[in-house]
Design a protein around this ligand. Structure first.
Ligand SMILES: *Cc1c(COP(=O)(O)O)cnc(C)c1O
Length: 219
C-alpha cells in the first residue's frame, strides 16, 4: 500500500510541490518500502529515532526534522540532516549553527510561523520572524541558511479558516522573499489539509498517515 500511496501522491501534486513522507513511529521496513517506490525525502519528529533510521537505511535519503527541537540533541543529527522545519527561537538557530560548523556543513532551516488560532502550537509571529531575519546576529551565523517558513494550521474542518491561515503565511512569505533570495520553501499542509495548503501557496507538504497509515499514538 505504501508504494501505491506514494505513486498516487506523486501523480496528483503539482511539479513545484515537494513531498515529505512523514515516517515517524513507523518501522524501518515501511521506510524501505517508500524508498523502493522512489521516495527520497523522509520526515521524522524525534532526533534519536531519525538517527537510528538514518543508520539503517540507504544514504541518499534526505532527512527532514519536522518536530520541535531539543537543543541538546541537535549534535546527533548535525552530520546528516538535510532540512530542519520547526525552528522557533534564535537560540536554537545558534545551536544548529554551532553543530553545523563542527561538521563543516551549512544546514538549511525553516522558521516556524504561528498561524493556528489554537494556543498549543509552537511558532513565531510574523513580526518575530522579521526581527530574526533582519537581526545583526543572524548575519553572523554562517553555517545555517534560512530557506523558508513552516506553518501548521488549526486542526479543523473549517475550510475558510484553513484558507485564511495558509494564505496569511503565503502573503508574508512573498513579502519576505522579495527582500531575501534565500527564501524558497513554504512548508504547509499535512494529510488532512494538503490540498488547501497547495491551493494557497505551499511548496512543500508533509504527509504521514495518508502514506503510511494511521499511527498508534498521536503527535
Ligand atoms: C506528524 C506530522 C505531520 C504529518 O501528519 P499527518 O497528519 O499524518 O499527515 C506533518 N507535520 C508535522 C509537523 C508533524 O508532526
Amino acid at each position: 500500500m505504501i508504494k501505491e500511496n506514494i505513486q498516487e501522491f506523486k501523480s496528483k501534486i503539482p511539479e513545484n510541490v515537494t513531498l515529505v513522507a512523514v515516517s515517524k513511529t513507523k518501522p524501518i521496513e515501511d521506510l524501505q518500502e517508500a524508498y523502493d517506490a522512489g521516495q527520497r525525502i523522509l520526515g521524522e519528529n524525534k532526533i534519536q529515532e531519525m538517527v537510528d533510521k538514518y543508520d539503517a537505511l540507504p544514504k541518499d535519503i534526505q532527512w527532514h526534522m519536522i518536530g520541535h527541537l531539543q537543543s541538546n540533541k541537535v549534535k546527533y543529527m548535525a552530520h546528516f540532516v538535510d532540512l530542519i522545519h520547526g525552528v522557533d527561537k534564535l537560540k536554537t538557530l545558534k545551536v544548529i549553527n554551532k553543530e553545523a560548523a563542527k561538521n563543516d556543513r551549512i544546514i538549511k532551516v525553516l522558521l516556524q510561523a504561528k498561524i493556528a488560532k489554537e494556543d498549543s502550537k509552537f511558532g513565531l509571529s510574523f513580526d518575530e520572524i522579521d526581527a530574526i531575519l533582519t537581526s545583526e546576529e543572524i548575519a553572523t551565523l554562517q553555517n545555517i541558511k534560512v530557506v523558508g517558513f513552516m506553518g501548521m494550521a488549526t486542526f479543523t474542518e473549517d475550510k475558510e479558516q484553513l484558507k485564511e491561515e495558509f494564505s496569511s503565511l503565503k502573503k508574508f512569505f512573498d513579502t519576505q522573499k522579495s527582500k531575501n533570495s534565500d527564501l524558497e520553501i513554504l512548508s504547509m499542509g499535512m494529510s488532512g489539509d494538503y490540498q488547501l495548503a497547495i491551493e494557497n501557496g505551499s511548496t512543500m507538504i508533509r504527509v504521514g498517515s495518508s502514506i503510511f497509515g494511521n499511527r498508534n499514538y498521536n503527535e
